[in-house]
Design a protein around this ligand. Structure first.
Ligand SMILES: C[S@@+](CC[C@H](N)C(=O)[O-])C[C@H]1O[C@@H](n2cnc3c(N)ncnc32)[C@H](O)[C@@H]1O
Length: 476
């Protein structure tokens, strides 16, 4: 038996000993040959609603189940769920064989393929993707130094029992190791933890949509649910879900699963950029959730360069900010066919239309605390949006045509975190974003032609068909 298989077997034996029930119709399998780590596979046909496994709440690696908060009650009084679980995991990891969760840690990752761990040249393959600004490595470093490190240093003898009496002899190696460990546990939580609902609900799903925890759901306590977190995900291939019960959490089949099929959880409708950031992998099945962001700076610059009045823009932005319209960026989502009003952020359309209004019209809206209607995209608005989209396209180092001149596939051989794999995944992410921009550019160009040829009083391009009288576009 390989070490990998031994660790899997020891983990499952530990889980069963802890009171878990595991169906004999499933197997925790080595899927490294398809670059998917471990995964759960059906070895016999499984019916809809059938129990796959049940994990007792006491086996969850969580703040409630660890002794650390009992040892350091004052530390946990005001700490948010995210930092609390990081601390607990650091503590339990350092207890080594003495931790109740030791066999579980052996099947959790030591290395990650998420964007936080990519080299600079690998990140550059994402070109102008907005995900590069969301990796948050510096922010995480800062908060770990600010929040986690002082606690670990003050209670070094608790966290690092092997330091013994010299626990307070803190060295820079100690500091670096603690930050590294905090990153590792933070990344594990991001890709593996669930939001744990309290023990009151009547057999409730993980959250309303059944996704694994989102970092954004900061209020709910987080927990690591052994085996439940061994399920991979592949967009709509989802066929199982975790349900809360009073003393346990149960993974059940959502549909009939045939022998040999993989059992998939649902990580949510994530664009490939975000999937890469949080989970370190992508599949083409997630392409339908792709998003491209128009950063606020691009919006601002385009408005300043291309439209009067430049004066008063900042005051208008202040009002729009109060109304919740100003954001760091605006999403354009993918769909085929592309629909301007469905796919382009309505806040972006509101922002543009508000900035284009004559001063008197803007003042009137403001006095009534109102905003332009996103359904009323004007010709000027469409033109400005079109210029913005073109400016955004120009921010990427290569064109869509160049990127797609040869097909890109993610290598299935070699190391999971190889440069080759990362380059290919990054290329697919940027292609997805450029496809949306191309579609948006084309839809806006068509709309401009339509509005220009219609009743906006502008000159129609030569040879364009005459719009029939009274014909209204959806956007006029
Ligand atoms: C919740 S864990 C699932 C168990 C994981 N495969 C393991 O071996 O520990 C999430 C991680 O599994 C991997 N993963 C999940 N779904 C995948 C898929 N469809 N293809 C490749 N890797 C996947 C990614 O590395 C992701 O960060």
């Amino acid at each position: 038996m390989s070490q990998f298989e031994e660790e899997t077997a020891a983990f499952l034996a530990w889980l069963v000993k802890s009171g878990a029930e595991i169906s004999n119709k499933i197997e925790l399998r080595d899927l490294r040959q398809s670059q998917a780590g471990r995964g759960v596979v059906a070895i016999q046909d499984i019916q809809e609603d059938e129990l796959l496994f049940r994990v007792p709440r006491s086996s969850i690696l969580s703040v409630d189940n660890s002794v650390l908060p009992k040892r350091l009650p004052s530390v946990f009084k005001d700490l948010d769920p995210w930092f609390s679980l990081i601390l607990v995991m650091m503590y339990e990891w350092e207890q080594d064989g003495k931790s109740k969760w030791h066999p579980y840690f052996q099947v959790l990752p030591f290395e990650f393929n998420t964007l936080m761990f990519w080299e600079q040249d690998e990140l550059e393959q994402l070109q102008a993707s907005a995900v590069r600004n969301k990796i948050g490595k510096e922010q995480a470093d800062y908060t770990f130094k600010d929040t986690i490190l002082p606690i670990v240093m003050e209670h070094a003898e608790v966290f690092y029992p092997s330091y013994g009496k010299d626990a307070h002899d803190i060295t820079s190696a100690f500091v670096m190791e603690s930050i590294r460990l905090a990153h590792r546990m933070g990344s594990t939580i991001m890709a593996y933890a669930f939001d744990i609902e309290p023990v009151d609900s009547n057999s409730k799903a993980v959250d309303e949509e059944g996704y694994m925890s989102e970092v954004e759901d900061e209020a709910l306590p987080k927990g690591m649910v052994p085996l439940a977190d061994m399920l991979n995900a592949d967009a709509d291939k989802n066929n199982a879900r975790l349900f809360y019960e009073e003393d346990s959490l149960s993974m059940k089949a959502l549909k009939h699963i045939k022998a040999g099929e993989e059992i998939f959880n649902d990580y949510g409708p994530l664009p490939r950029s975000d999937l890469l950031r949080r989970y370190g992998y992508i599949t083409n099945n997630y392409a339908k959730y792709d998003v491209v962001e128009i950063p606020f700076d691009t919006v601002h610059e385009t408005v300043l360069k291309n439209s009067a009045p430049a004066s008063g823009i900042e005051t208008r932005l202040e009002y729009l900010d109060e109304q919740g319209i100003v954001d760091t960026g605006y999403d354009i989502i993918t769909s085929d066919p592309f629909d301007i009003h469905e796919n382009i952020s309505s806040d972006l359309i509101i922002l543009i239309e508000a900035l284009l209004l004559p001063q008197s019209a803007f003042d009137r809206l403001k006095s009534k605390s109102k905003l332009p209607k996103p359904s009323n995209l004007s010709l000027k608005g469409a033109q400005l949006l079109h210029t913005m989209v073109k400016a955004r396209i120009a921010q990427y180092a290569t064109s869509l045509e160049a990127d797609t001149s040869e097909s890109t596939t993610i290598p299935l051989t070699g190391s999971y975190s190889s440069r080759e794999r990362r380059y290919a995944m990054a290329k697919l992410v940027r292609i997805g974003e450029k496809v949306i921009l191309r579609d948006a550019e084309k839809a806006l160009a068509d709309l401009i032609e339509e509005l220009g040829a219609g009743n906006d009083g502008l000159k129609r391009p030569p040879n364009s068909p005459q719009g029939s009288p009274g014909k209204k576009t959806k956007f006029a």
